[in-house]
Design a protein around this ligand. Structure first.
Ligand code: B12
Length: 150
């Protein structure tokens, strides 16, 4: 019998440079480019996401090397769904930030959960989802179901 019924996977920030390339290739009139334009700033000619801009400029002023990251707040859909499922007696655990928690996710998948739920609330393209799906498939026994939903 599996030790865990469900694993909820939160956010995957993906690789910003891959995202930038995809948007640039889509062309200046594409929705991808329009969204990308509002999601970054250039510092010293280098395009970067907002949180990296904040870290870079603040570190410049303080001389420190702090890094602000969205992962400091646990993925809220992961928290909400895990809490909901546990209250209904379903043994559930959550991974908040895919990139930083792959070892833990592999350990949870080794407990043979019947379902893996992948949250997609934040994504505007497929780039961040496919690595999660590939990882889950690689580390899961064949009978695991996985669901991705907003
Ligand atoms: C809070 C928030 C943030 C916080 C996130 C803090 C954190 N670490 O979790 C901050 C400010 C950091 C943030 C950043 C970003 N955000 Co934001 N954010 C939101 C906001 C306001 C609420 C999302 C939330 O957590 N809701 C609470 C949880 C409990 O609800 P939920 O995620 O919807 O999940 C529920 C359901 O969708 C469902 N569900 C979710 N997943 C699954 C999976 C399965 C299998 C099932 C069955 C159900 C299910 O069940 C959950 C419980 O009801 C939304 C706008 C909105 N009002 O929805 C934008 C929003 C999600 N963000 C958005 C974007 C684009 C981003 C960024 C990518 C922006 C950027 N370019 O950097 C980043 C991503 C970074 C990140 N993920 O942390 C967009 C997404 C656009 C889209 N998908 O079309 C939204 C919709 C805002 C918008 N209108 O543009 N964000």
């Amino acid at each position: 019998m599996p030790e865990l019924d469900c694993v909820v996977v939160g956010y995957n920030e993906g690789d910003f440079q891959d995202y930038r390339l995809m948007c640039e290739r889509s062309g200046p009139t594409s929705p991808e480019w329009q969204i990308y334009r509002k999601e970054h700033l250039e510092i010293d000619g280098r395009p970067m996401p907002w949180m990296d801009v904040l870290s870079t400029l603040r570190n410049r002023a303080t001389g420190r090397s702090d890094r602000y990251h969205v992962g400091e707040v646990f993925n809220l859909a992961g928290l909400y769904l895990t809490n909901f499922l546990r209250r209904h007696g379903i043994r559930t655990d959550a991974v908040s930030l895919f990139g930083a928690e792959q070892e833990r996710l592999a350990r949870l998948l080794a407990e043979r959960p019947a379902v893996v739920a992948i949250t997609t609330t934040f994504y505007v393209n497929i780039l961040s989802v496919t690595p999660i799906v590939d990882f889950v498939r690689r580390h899961s026994p064949p009978r695991t179901s996985w669901w991705a939903a907003r």
